[in-house]
Design a protein around this ligand. Structure first.
Ligand code: API
Length: 277
């Protein structure tokens, strides 16, 4: 591609964390460029690139960077743990630093690199019904829905179902019904968790605005929190997702999460693609 065309295009990166895949756009030093139309167009796996979430890196006055997230349907995601980890690694590789502060819609999140692994503090869970948010005052530990799920906010809403056999769950059938239940005014992400031991959970996920994904970092945080609240696990757990493993540790200062990060490719979107949005 000539530099003249590249100038009119838009540089993107493709990353994934345990198979939860992202397009990342670096808008530092310039104005924000992601719109709902761009998110939907890029999120189309046939006519665009395809992603579970789109993340835009922006300058921040109070943190190292700011990070915004969109789902494949063009809606906003208030939190995205796996993309936060990928962006943290990108910035750590670039700067040589091992500690960063990343401002997201829910506030500043700390990222640390320890022995080559990037850990992110996803903050304290929101356990008040209005914060999740839910439509009315109900017991967040036992939502009035079939399957007795727990509601947890991690900057985005989650409904965690404890099941005997996660493999047997009809995630594509139940997930969208719960996502759109009127109890969740902003819809919800939906997790199905099988507790395998005090430190191990198998989890499958239906993500708001995206559908089934191979991993969900904030969903893993919500699942760990719900399991501790129900007395099913200790505060440190490994969670097996469809795309691998995530490690969670609910400490006094928040829910820390780590797991894999992979940089897949860099590319430039063509002006032709951008003009058709
Ligand atoms: N995959 C993301 C979560 C996306 C949540 C999004 N689907 C929402 O609308 O909240 C993660 O790793 O945390």
């Amino acid at each position: 591609m000539t530099s003249a065309r590249a100038d009119r295009g838009l540089a993107i990166m493709k990353w994934h964390g345990a198979g939860n895949d992202f397009v990342i756009i670096d808008s530092r030093g310039r104005s924000a460029r992601v719109t709902e139309a761009l998110a939907r167009g890029l999120g189309d796996r046939h006519r665009g690139v395809g992603f579970d979430q789109l993340a835009e890196i922006r300058d921040s006055e109070s943190a190292d960077i700011e990070l915004d997230f969109w789902n494949a349907d063009g809606s906003r995601a208030g939190a995205c743990g796996n993309a936060t980890r990928c962006v943290a690694r990108f910035l750590m590789d670039e700067s040589g630093r091992d500690a960063l502060t990343i401002r997201t819609a829910r506030g500043p999140l700390e990222a640390r690199r320890i022995a080559g692994e990037v850990h992110v503090n996803m903050g304290q869970p929101q356990t008040d019904w209005a914060e999740v948010p839910l439509a009315r005052a109900v017991d967040v530990q036992h939502l009035p829905l079939d399957g007795d799920p727990v509601a947890v906010g991690m900057g985005n809403p989650h409904a965690v179902f404890f099941v005997n056999d996660a493999e047997a769950v009809d995630v594509a059938g139940i997930g969208p019904r719960v996502e759109h239940d009127p109890l969740f005014p902003q819809r919800t992400n939906v997790e199905f968790a099988e507790v395998r031991g005090r430190d191990e959970i198998r989890m499958r996920v239906w993500e708001r605005g995206t559908g089934i994904t191979l991993a969900c970092g904030s969903g893993a945080c919500a699942t760990a929190v719900a399991a501790v609240q129900r007395g099913l696990t200790d505060r440190k757990v490994r969670i097996e997702v469809d795309g691998g493993w995530l490690a969670l540790d609910w400490r006094d200062d928040g829910v820390w999460m780590t797991g894999p990060t992979a940089h897949v490719f860099d590319a430039v979107l063509t002006p032709e693609f951008l003009e058709r949005l």
